[in-house]
Design a binder for this molecule. Sequence first.
Ligand SMILES: [Zn+2]
Length: 459
Amino acid sequence: MLKFPGRIAAASFAFLLISLDCGAQAGTSAPVVAADPQIAAALKQVSADRIKANIEKLVSFGTRLTLSAQDDAAISSGRGIGAAREWIKSEFERYSKECGGCLEVKTDSFTEQPVDRIPKATQITNVYAVLKGIDESSAKRIVLVTGHYDSRNSDTLDVNGDAPGANDDGSGTAVSLECARVLSKLKFPGTIVFLTVAGEEQGLNGSHHFAKVAKEQGWDLEAVLNNDIVGGDKSPEQNHSVIRVFSEGVPVAASEQDIKRIRGLGGESDSGSREVARYIAEVGQTYDTGVKPMLIFRLDRYLRGGDHYSFNQEGFSAVRLTEYREDFHHQHQNVRTESGVEYGDVPKFVDYDYVADVARLNAATLASLAAAPAPPANVHLQAKNLENDSTLTWDASPGATEYEILWRETTSPEWEHAQNAGNTKQATLKLSKDNVIFAVRAVDTKGHRSLPVVPAPEH
Ligand SMILES: [Zn+2]
């Protein structure tokens, strides 16, 4: 994990020469990033009772299968995905009322034509709330949290049977809602989007549409946190203090040229998604959320997929959060008891305190990123000559007052060292670029840190 050396005296120099032995660390080790008291206070507002009430409410709609009823009669009867959708919307609207209309509540609705698991043309609606950034130039920067509110049972085409979906993915939906409720009481320079999508169980249809539109509209989407099955199923082997964070390695959206560079320089573990995962790990150290992120360096679990992939496909950085150990008897199953085994995704298996902890980790990550300056642009590593020093250059970030150089050995999973570079746009380190992986990130006066950016070589 990161160790932060004390701020160096030369920090104000326009050009910085940091003298270090290879791999070693100068100065004293300092603690991890200090918590922002406002963010820490907001995390205390996350309520397991609130989350329990929301998951039970979602389950009360009987089924939230994407193909289930959504006509007016079904909505007023309170059964089916239409009723669930209207309730989520009303809940976001209620939070917005409480913050003087600070949230813009929206829907992204489209008709999916018949495909694999969608036998007839079906309307799919994503529901989301936008907490717009208060800073004109930073507001275009977006971080997003999502969960899928649709559910299924043993048969993904069973329109009428119960599909409670308490854990999969009532829990993720509840995380998006609770993050919206708690963070809407604060103001951030950047924008936060709280999303709930449908169609996940039919083939990621909702997130696919949303990510595509975001790409088409040129969203500056820095990070996507997809919470899917974060209920902490109460099986005996569960670890309630760990949350898994999955991230892609070589990006699915990488061009041939990207792949050539990645292959040449050993960049397989530095996708944007992986930097988001590392950021979450760091946030987990800064804030006392109750769960520790366990980074898994792969796109997803065996035989499974999720909505983060839709965002990855469009070139966005997106990760998946999932409980430590899944109980497959409690997912995608009709509710029943067979040979003494209980099947079905019902509320009694959900650990609401755990979901609250996961919501805290999400809220802390979203808040840290929305509060931070933009990641530095045009980060380059000089590679014109054969030399043992390493010179990094970058453009100034709006809102940044200083920059930090991170590095790690090529075999290390997480950033190991950090060096403050002051308010400058260039730094030279007495470290060989051949032996480590570097990144640069922007820091503001309150110590909020941007996502790190791994430099491109400048030949
Ligand atoms: Zn799911």
